[in-house]
Design a protein around this ligand. Structure first.
Ligand SMILES: *Cc1c(COP(=O)(O)O)cnc(C)c1O
Length: 360
């Protein structure tokens, strides 16, 4: 081997840190907000049957026509208003490659999903981070001032918000959208990765005349994180632009089938959501009895802060008991905070038993 020094990365990426969510080998994994249960067995069978008929020597349908049509049908929009990609992260990446970039601003309200700012920085955009209020709800006045002052090309909301679980009230989304429209050259993007857990959706506000985009994913409520499939609903003119930027044939044939077939099991998905909400409420009641503070969640996870033991120490002690949660303690303003994804009843019991030992 020649002694080659590592080639320097782009100047504007030097300070960037990657996405950190350790994949530790434990019995109970409650750290990445997946569904604790598998998709329906009937979906597996239908998927296997269709896979056996795929023409593997041919490129897949580049426009993912059927998948888009069925997603559009699910939400009562036009197929031309649907853009699908490899996870909603790739949806966000395509959106930001198309609209962000050098010399443009992207607004986030912190704490929120870290990938919004991260991917925006990868495109070279300037990220304007505005703090949420003390209880992590949106500070609407501060948010409106950010939009008016910085005129971001993309303004992100996340509802329910990750990692806090807070559902954004409709009035906030409407007010922010009005501000974005007033600025005249920006998009409001509402990340609804956990949208099925909320009591309302910004999907009802989608219109070709409105600069609003809603992103969704198959990873969480649809029990299909292994597939890597997500999508957005937005104006048709925006979807046309994204189609020019995304790599050709980015959605493989298997994934298109997986997503299309999953939509047949929407009822089962809703049942899984209801079961997870019931378990979430059980976890919250159990946390009430422990020396921990927790944040009200409208999602499939709960953010909590042990009162007497440092968060990092609790995280390690839980791993020692083969329970993995998300350590959010190094994030700004989330010191000592941990986030637990709702699992199966048995997994949640294992978590609660371990947590009680650690914090009592
Ligand atoms: C999990 C998550 C995503 C990413 O979903 P993928 O479809 O798996 O890429 C996007 N946004 C939020 C808020 C998430 O929590």
């Amino acid at each position: 081997m020649l002694g080659v020094t590592p080639v320097p990365v782009r100047d504007d990426l030097r300070a960037l840190e990657g996405y950190h969510s350790p994949q530790v080998d434990v019995r109970v994994r409650l750290n990445t907000n997946e569904s604790p249960v598998e998709p329906p067995a009937a979906w597996r069978d239908a998927f296997a049957a269709e896979l056996s008929r795929v023409q593997w020597h041919r490129y897949p349908d580049r426009a993912a026509t059927q998948l888009r049509a069925e997603i559009a049908h699910l939400h009562g929009v036009q197929p031309g208003q649907v853009f699908a990609a490899n996870g909603s992260n790739e949806v966000l990446q395509t959106l930001l490659l198309t609209y962000a970039g050098h010399g443009r601003a992207v607004a986030t309200f912190e704490p929120t999903y870290q990938l919004h700012g991260h991917i925006a920085r990868l495109t070279g955009a300037t990220v304007i981070e505005t703090d949420r209020a003390a209880d992590f709800s949106l500070d609407l006045d501060a948010a409106l001032a950010t939009v008016a002052h910085h005129r971001p090309v993309v303004t992100f909301l996340c509802s329910p918000n990750n990692p806090t679980g807070l559902v954004e009230p409709r009035s906030n989304v409407e007010a922010l959208l009005e501000a974005v429209v007033a600025v005249g050259a920006g998009l409001l993007v509402v990340d609804e990765a956990y949208g099925q857990f909320a009591d309302w959706s910004a999907l009802t506000m989608i219109d070709d005349d409105v600069p609003l985009v809603v992103t969704r994913t198959f990873s969480k409520t649809w029990s299909m994180a292994g597939t890597r499939l997500g999508y957005l609903i937005g104006p048709a003119w925006l979807v046309d632009e994204l189609d020019k930027v995304v790599l050709p044939y980015h959605l493989d044939a298997a994934k298109q089938i997986a997503g299309r077939l999953a939509l047949r099991y929407a009822d089962e998905m809703e049942q899984r959501v209801a079961g997870i909400v019931a378990e979430r409420e059980r976890i919250v009641r159990a946390l009430d009895a422990l020396p921990v503070d927790h944040f009200p969640s409208g999602a499939n996870f709960v953010l909590f802060r042990p009162r007497n033991v440092p968060g990092r120490q609790v995280w390690h002690a839980l791993v020692d008991r083969s329970v993995l949660v998300r350590d959010c303690s190094s994030w700004p303003r989330l010191d000592d905070c941990l986030r637990i994804t709702v699992g199966t009843p048995a997994e949640n019991d294992a978590f609660l038993t371990a947590l009680q030992e650690v914090v009592s």
